[in-house]
Every structure is written in structure tokens, then in C-alpha cells.
Design a binder for this molecule. Sequence first.
Ligand SMILES: CC1=C(O)/C(=C\N=C/Cc2ccc(O)cc2)C(COP(=O)(O)O)=CN1
Length: 390
Amino acid sequence: MIMDEKEVLEALKKYREMDLKYEDGRILGSMCTKPHPISRKISEMFFETNLGDPGLFKGTKKIEDEVIHMMGNFLNNDNPFGYIISGGTEANITAMRIIKNLSIKKERLPKVIVPETAHFSFEKAREMMDLEYIKPPLTNCYTMDVKYIKDYIEDNNKNDNKKIDGIVAIAGCTELGTIDNIKEISKIAEENKIYLHVDAAFGGFVIPFLEEKYKMDNYNYEFDFSLNAVSSITIDPHKMGLAPIPAGGIIFRDSSFKKYLDVEAPYLTDTHQATLIGTRTGIGVASAWGVMKLLGKEGYKNIVSKCMDNTHYLVKKAKEYGFEPVINPVLNIVALKDDNPSETCLKLRQIGWYVSICKCVGALRIILMPHVKKEHIDEFIGALASVKKN
Ligand SMILES: CC1=C(O)/C(=C\N=C/Cc2ccc(O)cc2)C(COP(=O)(O)O)=CN1
């Protein structure tokens, strides 16, 4: 049954009204937030662009190159190469493609050290590309045991069949926001000439803007290209970068990695295509450019500081009601201990609160994104207390 424009828009409006809204402050388990308002106008401007065929959209391709350089700038890399793509999942799969192609000559599966705390996008990569993962034990701070990594590599690097081909480290893990000791891991990777990928999908737009007063003593926050062995970083503008979806990012140390991704693409304006996704809009790219130009480092610093203030406010309120955090928050993520997180999460959802749960430890997971305000935190803690009482 066809509709006229008015009917189409009215019908779609009814579906959209079923969605939650970030500004209501009930979405507490999301690593995305309401995009910066300028994105609306930018989306309109770039709604027909296609970076899958960059020769047709030279201006939009230039914007992507500039975004990569702007992100490289706050990741201590003045010669970056990369793409703004569908999200952190595509970025992590792309990094695993590099490791796969770097070790293609070997008659065995590529072996990659991956943390237990890794996002499930690495599971998709493993399954798609036949990778073998080694998962080091976690310390009591939920970061990879560096001594185990060092010993494992030393014990196995002499035997070409057991050599490690890549290491993944997380800068702001999905569940707890913890940061692996990437400075030490980089030293091991450099000594053994092993590819090191850092997943900073969430942390990439937080850590560079984190004021000293929010950093914990003897905790290593270094994760970027200032560490010699870091070859690639996943960093998503559509999380704490305030760009609209889709805007993930994969940044390489330099363009020497492109040859491991390029596939011949005879019918495009370019002869090769490196990204996993072919046809891709320029909306996220242009919005990331616009928001980064508008906010600048100071703007992101203010946003991160407000989120960290709210993070510590939530922990303080939670403790007043007898709820304890699993760890002191590293970034704007709080995990509250709970004896039955799935049940508590479900009960909260039934009264309109959307938190998520941790897998690596029994806890409720709350992400203090910019849309979460103090009044939402007060209401949430009250709701949690009432749910736990009944
Ligand atoms: C460290 C890391 C992540 O925390 C991560 C996603 N995380 C969270 C994705 C998410 C966003 C909104 C929401 O309502 C629920 C979940 C990804 C994948 O990123 P994506 O493909 O853009 O979802 C990679 N690494």
C-alpha cells in the first residue's frame, strides 16, 4: 500500500516515538550519546556522499584525511594514516586483517595475545579469519598480566611455530574502563618485533583529555603512538567524540600498512579499496570533523571533566546506599557489585532504567556519558535502592 509523503513521515514518527531518548537520562549502559547538534546540519549537507568511491567525492575524502590528522595530533602521531569507518568493530577487524596478512606466509594460524576484557568484536574477527587467541590471566585491576605476556613470548619466540604474531591491548575496556599496561606491553612488543594494536574505541576520546586530578597514582594511562610498538589504534568519534553513528576510526602509525588492506577495485574511481565496508556515507566523517573543529581539545576536556565529576558523584551516592564499586573508576564507567546483576538489570529495565551488566565480574555497569546529569544519578540510585529492597 503506497503512502504520500505526509503519511510516510507520520508513520515513521510513531516508530521513532517508541525509541528511548538520551536526554531523559535513563540510558545508562550506552557508550554512545546524543550527537553534537551541529551534526544535524552536517548530516543534511553530506547525506548523499559515498566515500566508497572517493574520486566522486573529493571534498569529503579530503575531510576524512583531515580528521585522521586531527586525531593523529592528539594521539602523538604527525604522520597518521587511516579511515573513519562504521565503528569500533570494523576498526578492530581491520587491525586483525593486518596481523593475518602480515603472517600469511606461515603454515599455521596467526597467534594473537588478546585480553579477557576484549570487546566481542575480536571474537567476530577470530572466527572470520581463523586466528588463534592467547588470553593472559588478569591482574586484580582487571588488566593483562604483563609478566605472563613477557614469559610466554620469551618461551615461544624461538619456535617459529609458536611465535606470537600480534598483541591487542585495551585503552578503556568495555566493561570496566580499565587500561592495560600498554607502556610495558609496548616495550615487550618492540623487543620482539610484534605488531601491537590498541583498542581505544571508547578511551581514545577520553584519556587524551583527562585532567591530572582524575588520574589515579601508579596507574599507567599511556596508550598512543608515543609508545614505539603501537602500530594501530581503534578510536571512535561516535562514542565520546560526540559524532553521529556511523563514525568509528582506525588510525595507523603511517601509510605503510595500507598495502596489507588494499584489494583491487577495478570499477571505482580508485584502483584499490582498503576498507572492509565498500559503500560508506561521509556523514560521520564530516560530523566528526565539524564537532572536533567546534569543540577543540578544551571542549573535549570540559566534557570529560563533567563526565568524571558525575562518575565520582555516582560512586559517592551509591556508597551512601551501601552499593560498592568493583574498582575505583579509571574512566567514566562505574561497575557496582551486585549478587544477581541479570535480575537487578531486568527489574531496573521494567521501571525504565537501562543499565548493563559485566561479564568478567558480577556487577551492574553504568557509563556516565554526557547525557547523564546529576539529577538522573540521584533518581537512579533511588530506583536501584527500591529494586534491591523488594
Ligand atoms: C573497547 C571497545 C568497545 O567498548 C566497543 C563498543 N562498545 C560499546 C558499544 C555500544 C554503544 C552503544 C550502546 O547503546 C551499547 C553498546 C567496540 C565496538 O564498537 P562499535 O562497533 O562501534 O559498537 C570496540 N571496542
